[in-house]
Design a protein around this ligand. Structure first.
Ligand SMILES: [Zn+2]
Ligand SMILES: [Zn+2]
Length: 263
């Protein structure tokens, strides 16, 4: 099984990465993608991947941090140089996020435009280097879909919509673009029956699993720090929805991840 999205590069795992990876492999884990959210966390994702053979890195600048950027061109140059490392398998996480977070300024028009500018940088890098994208989208489904499909009119891109959420039409449009759908531990939460509906609507050949560790801890560990070994609970939940055995979901999602990220 492969965890296609975790943040072992974040503070929550300081000094603990090796044992977390060991617990994952003990449960049968075979691959982990460590995802960057800024330049330094992207560098750290590469550092971890160089040390741990089962780890791979994604490099990107999360839309949540767009206000910290003073020079977009510099970010593009830095990201483009990071992908030279052979363990980098994807661009992300990147995308559009209009959710209002506590202790963050409201999303105004300028912020929205900056997010799109940053997203476009990632699309261009992915296109130039033929790398898959890891797309983050929250409360901005329409804008993102419009922006991405417009960009893809004359270019071919692939990737995953990570931590998928939205309505069924949105799911259909993502599938029509040829992208994969990533589901996380939050599908196990009682209140999230709409996410379980989306799982049932997603064809197995386009589905990948992820933890987004340290976040989105599945039941029964909700409330604690998430880690890749807990991905089995998400896989079990998907197996139940798809009316099959967990072993099948492990294999299918692993093959999908290998195909998407060229592992
Ligand atoms: Zn995300
Ligand atoms: Zn993430």
């Amino acid at each position: 099984m492969i965890d296609t999205h975790c943040h072992l590069n974040f503070k929550a795992f300081d000094g603990d990465v090796d044992s977390v990876v060991r617990r994952f492999t003990q449960k049968g884990g075979e691959g982990l993608i460590v995802v960057g959210a800024k330049i330094n966390s992207s560098e750290k994702a590469i550092e971890i991947s160089n040390r741990q053979s089962i780890c791979y890195a994604a490099v990107g600048y999360h839309p949540h941090h767009v206000n910290e950027i003073t020079n977009f061109e510099e970010i593009e140059i830095q990201l483009e140089s990071l992908i030279r490392n052979p363990k980098v398998v994807a661009i992300g996480e990147t995308g559009i996020d209009f959710h209002h977070y506590n202790n963050y300024p409201a999303i105004d028009l300028e912020n929205k435009n900056r997010q799109k500018q940053l997203f476009e940088i990632h699309l261009n890098i992915a296109n130039r280097n033929k790398l898959p994208l890891i797309i983050h989208c929250r409360d901005a489904q329409q804008e993102l879909m419009q922006f991405l499909s417009n960009f893809m009119k004359d270019k071919c891109l692939t990737g995953v919509f990570h931590c998928f959420d939205g309505d069924k039409d949105y799911l259909k449009s993502v599938l029509a673009l040829g992208f994969y759908i990533g589901f996380d531990g939050n599908i196990t939460y009682k209140a999230n029956s709409h996410l379980r509906d989306l799982v049932s609507q997603t064809p197995l050949e386009r589905l990948v699993v992820e933890t987004d560790s340290p976040y989105l801890t599945p039941i029964p560990f909700r409330g604690q720090r998430n880690e890749p070994s807990y991905i089995t609970y998400t896989i079990d939940c998907i197996a139940q929805i798809k009316n099959t055995i967990s072993e099948d979901i492990r294999k299918i999602t692993m093959n999908n991840a290998k195909e998407l990220f060229n592992l």
